[in-house]
Design a protein around this ligand. Structure first.
Ligand code: ADP
Ligand code: MG
Length: 489
C-alpha cells in the first residue's frame, strides 16, 4: 500500500509522531489523596496540595507509579529503575503552583514499541520514545458568568502518562491504527479508560512532509485532538496544507496549531515553545524514584495477556485467520466473550471456532451495534450458545441465525423455546422439500428448459426460489442436492 501523496512537483511522504496524554486509572491523584471521580461538582476533589497552598508537600502515589510501569511493560519498553520529577514552569490560571510536576530528562519509561496490523496485511513497528508521569492542570470555565472566568481544580493533580511516539507513522490510517492499538493495550492493562470523548485520552499530532527518502521536514504540532476520526482528518488536512505551502515556494513554520472539527481545518495558535522556555529543574520537594528490581520482576510476571499475544494464540489454538483474530482481540471483552461462547457450544456439539468467530464478528456485532450494546454484553445476556447449538444440530439453517438472534433478544426466550414457538425449525424432510421444488419448477418451464440446455448458472436462481417458498426454513444443502437431481431427470 502506498502512502504517498501526489503534488504537482511529485510525490510527498507524510511523517507523524504522536504525543498521547493518558489519564491513569487511580482513585487518588499523583501527589495527593484527593479523589479523581469523573463529573463531580467543581472544586469538591481538591486538596491543599492540588490548590498549591504555601508549604504543602507532594507525596508520590505508589499506585500511579505501578500503573505507569505496567504500561511501560505493555509497550515492551525499557523501565528506568531511577527517574526524576521536574518542575515545568509556566503561568496559567488553572495551574495554581505556577509549575506542573512532570518528568523531563529522566522519565520512568524509555524506549519501547507498538506493532500495527494494517488492513492490507502489512505489519508496522512504531517506536515509542518514552513514557513519563505528570500532573494534569485544572480547568478554566468561561461559560458560567458573563464577565468572569471560574476555575475548577478537580482535575488539577490527576496523574497522566505522556506517551510519546517516534516520528515513525506515515499516514492518517497508521495514526488511527496506532491510537486504536494503544487504546486496546491500555484497556487490557487496566491503566487508562482510554475514552477520547471523556478526555481521559488526549492526542497531540506532530506532522511534517518530505520528499520520499529525504531529510525530515519542519513539523507543526496540532494540540489536543479529541477523537480518532478527528486525528485522521487533522493529519490529512495538515499534510495537504504543508505540501501546498512548499510547492508555492514558501516554507513551513514550526508552530502549534488547533484543529477546527466543524470546518475540518487546522489553524495557527501560537509559535512553538522550546523546552528551555519552561526552565525545567528537578523538584526539590520530591526524591528521585527508585524501583525495586524484584517488584518490577513481579509486575512483569503478572502482566495480563495483551492483544498481540492473544491474537497469536487465537490463530494457533483456534485456527482463526489473522483478520478474524485481530477483529476479536481489538476489545478484550469481545475476545473473552468469544472464548466463553466457543467453550460452551463445543461442549455440546462439534463446531469450528471459525464458524463461531464469524457469527460473533458478522452477525452478533451488527445486531449488538443496532441495539447500542457491546457484542460481549449481547452474548452474556442472551442465549447465543443455544442458537449456535441449534444451528449445528441442523434444527435451524445458517440463514435463520440473524432472525433467531434478534428474536431471542426481543423475547428474552431461550433459543429452543423461541424456535419452537415461532415454528422456525429447519425443514430437513426430503418429501416436503421435493414438494416445494416441484411447485417452483412447474411455474418456470422456460428456465427449466434453459438450464437443461446448459445454462447451469440458473441453479442458484432455483435454490433462491425454493428457499423463498419455504420462508428460508429448508436445509440449503438438501435443496441443492434435490434440485440438481430433479433438473437432471
Ligand atoms: P516537543 O516535546 O517539543 O513537542 P519532542 O522532540 O518531544 O518535542 O517531539 C514531540 C513529537 O514530535 C514526537 O512524537 C516526535 O516523534 C515528533 N516529531 C519530531 N520530529 C518530527 C517531524 N519532523 N515530523 C513529524 N513529527 C516529528
Ligand atoms: Mg510536544
Amino acid at each position: 500500500m502506498s502512502n504517498l501523496i501526489k503534488g504537482h512537483t511529485g510525490d510527498w511522504e507524510v511523517v507523524i509522531g504522536l504525543e498521547v496524554h493518558a489519564q491513569v486509572i487511580s482513585n487518588a491523584k499523583l501527589f495527593s489523596g484527593a479523589a479523581t471521580d469523573f463529573g463531580a461538582e467543581p472544586n469538591t476533589q481538591v486538596s491543599t496540595v492540588d490548590a498549591a497552598f504555601p508549604g504543602m508537600l507532594p507525596v508520590l502515589n505508589r499506585f500511579c507509579v505501578e500503573q505507569a510501569v505496567k504500561t511501560g511493560l505493555g509497550l515492551d519498553a525499557q523501565i528506568n529503575l531511577q527517574s526524576v520529577f521536574d518542575r515545568k514552569n509556566y503561568f496559567y490560571p488553572d495551574l495554581p503552583a505556577g509549575y506542573q510536576i512532570s518528568q523531563f530528562s529522566r522519565p520512568i519509561v524509555g524506549k519501547g514499541k507498538l506493532v500495527l496490523d494494517m488492513p492490507d496485511g502489512t505489519v508496522r513497528e512504531i517506536g515509542i520514545t518514552r513514557l513519563h508521569l505528570e500532573q494534569d492542570a485544572g480547568k478554566s470555565l468561561h461559560d458560567q458568568h458573563p464577565t468572569k472566568t471560574y476555575v475548577d481544580l478537580n482535575r488539577a493533580g490527576v496523574a497522566l502518562m505522556e506517551i510519546v511516539s517516534e516520528p515513525d507513522l506515515r499516514s492518517a490510517e497508521e495514526a488511527g491504527a496506532y491510537l486504536r492499538k494503544l487504546r486496546a493495550i491500555l484497556r487490557y492493562l487496566g491503566t487508562c479508560d482510554a475514552n477520547m470523548e471523556e478526555g481521559n485520552l488526549r492526542c497531540d499530532c506532530n506532522v511534517s512532509v518530505r520528499k520520499p527518502g529525504g531529510a525530515l521536514g519542519t513539523r507543526c504540532e496540532i494540540k489536543n485532538v479529541n477523537s480518532i476520526r478527528f486525528v485522521m482528518q487533522a493529519i490529512e488536512y495538515e499534510a495537504q496544507r504543508q505540501i501546498e505551502v512548499i510547492e508555492e515556494g514558501g516554507a513551513v513554520v514550526q508552530e502549534t496549531r488547533l484543529f477546527d472539527s466543524g470546518k475540518g481545518v487546522t489553524r495557527s495558535m501560537r509559535s512553538k515553545e522550546e523546552s528551555h522556555d519552561y526552565r525545567y529543574f528537578p523538584d526539590p520537594d520530591l526524591l528521585p524514584v527508585t524501583l525495586d528490581p524484584a517488584w518490577l520482576a513481579k509486575l512483569r510476571a503478572d502482566l495480563p495477556e495483551l492483544p498481540d499475544v492473544k491474537k497469536a494464540r487465537f490463530m494457533r489454538d483456534y485456527g482463526l485467520s489473522g483478520d478474524q483474530a485481530a477483529t476479536l482481540v481489538a476489545e478484550k471483552e469481545t475476545a473473552d466473550a468469544f472464548e466463553e461462547l466457543q467453550g460452551k457450544v463445543s461442549k455440546r456439539v462439534s463446531i469450528s471456532a471459525s464458524a463461531t468467530a464469524n457469527t460473533v464478528i458478522n452477525i452478533v456485532s451488527f445486531i449488538a451495534g443496532e441495539r447500542g450494546v457491546s457484542p460481549a454484553q449481547f452474548i452474556s445476556t442472551n442465549d447465543v450458545p443455544g442458537v449456535l447449538i441449534l444451528q449445528q444440530k441442523n434444527v435451524i439453517s445458517g440463514r435463520m441465525l440473524k432472525e433467531v438472534l434478534e428474536g431471542i433478544a426481543d423475547s428474552k426466550q431461550s433459543a429452543e423455546v423461541f424456535v419452537a414457538e415461532k415454528g422456525l425449525t429447519q425443514v430437513t424432510d426430503t418429501s416436503a422439500i421435493e414438494t416445494a421444488i416441484d411447485a417452483v419448477l412447474v411455474k418456470e418451464p422456460d428456465k427449466v428448459a434453459d438450464y437443461r440446455a446448459g445454462k447451469e448458472k440458473l441453479l442458484a436462481y432455483f435454490v433462491g426460489q425454493v428457499m423463498r417458498a419455504t420462508q428460508g426454513k429448508a436445509n440449503p444443502a438438501l435443496v441443492n442436492e434435490l434440485l440438481k437431481k430433479k433438473l437432471a431427470g
